[in-house]
Design a protein around this ligand. Structure first.
Ligand code: KIV
Length: 271
């Protein structure tokens, strides 16, 4: 799909309208200008500057080391390329938990320095004060429940979450709290499809799933994973739409061979 003639920017209000008319919402990550430009022109609804940049861009094993300055750098690169999609920026670990004033200061920096449209925070009742304070400043907030990668050291595993009745009940309550607070949407990560479907049905705001099945209002994936740039990560929920690692590797091998043999550059490729 081309975006020609459809450049009306996606807002949180448009996302709500999409949910009410049953139109699914598409969301992918980007961390740099070139990727964001391709994504935006393809017609994606939401671009997420995920703190998964810690994994795919920087090679960390968790998202915990990500900093606010680095998120702002990535987000600035993305917003320079984006004309249509709503740009959402992850607030990194340690910038909003336990101190709502610091949370607001972090969110204000993101909004002022990147010109993004919203921020995303991981957690439910534990971070409600921060969510409230950020929202009261007029900054749109997206929640993130289920598998919350910033809490990896608490859980010790990236296994499916909310399989027990107790955990599922807490997730539903947290989702309702976030909606009541004023969040415009929630990402649900790696939970049973039936539970995610229940949340999407009981809440009026859009619910975007990753590994949360098909009964939700939209889907998000990490672009590097669905493009097959990183082939080391293969969870069941991931559909690969390309195998760019192979394509890039072949191009690099051919380039190296051409340089070594003197085949590149040719007469036409020099001045
Ligand atoms: O950081 C990220 O990329 C995310 C998505 C997995 C939703 O939060």
């Amino acid at each position: 799909m081309s975006t020609e003639g459809t450049l009306r920017p996606v807002t949180t209000h448009r996302l709500a309208e999409m949910k009410s008319r049953g139109e699914k919402i598409s969301m992918l990550t980007a961390y740099d200008y070139s990727m964001a430009k391709i994504l935006d022109r393809a017609g994606i609804d939401i671009i997420l500057i995920g703190d998964s940049a810690a994994n795919v861009m920087a090679g960390y094993t968790t998202t915990v080391p990500m900093t606010l300055d680095k998120m702002i750098y990535h987000a600035q690169s993305v917003t320079r390329a984006t004309e249509r999609a709503l740009v959402v920026v992850d607030m990194p670990f340690g910038t909003y938990q336990g101190n709502s004033k610091e949370a607001l200061a972090s969110a204000v920096r993101i909004m002022k320095e990147t010109e993004a449209g919203a921020v995303k925070l991981e957690g439910g009742c534990e971070i409600l004060e921060s969510v409230d304070r950020i929202l009261s400043a007029g900054i749109p907030v997206m929640g993130h429940l289920g598998l919350t990668p910033q809490s990896i050291h608490k859980y010790g595993t990236y296994a499916v979450r909310a399989k027990s009745d107790e955990e599922a009940q807490k997730l539903v309550e947290d989702a309702k709290l976030l909606e009541k607070a004023g969040c415009f949407g929630i990402v649900l990560e790696k939970i049973p499809a039936s539970l995610a479907g229940r949340v999407a049905k009981e809440l009026a705001i859009p619910i975007i799933g990753i590994g949360a099945g098909r009964y939700v209002d939209g889907q998000v994936l990490v672009a590097h994973d669905m493009l097959g740039i990183n082939n080391e990560f293969s969870p069941r929920f991931l559909r690969r739409y390309a195998n760019l690692a192979d394509i890039m590797s072949e191009a690099f091998t051919n380039y190296i061979a051409d340089v070594k043999s003197g085949n590149f550059p040719s007469d036409n490729e020099q001045y």
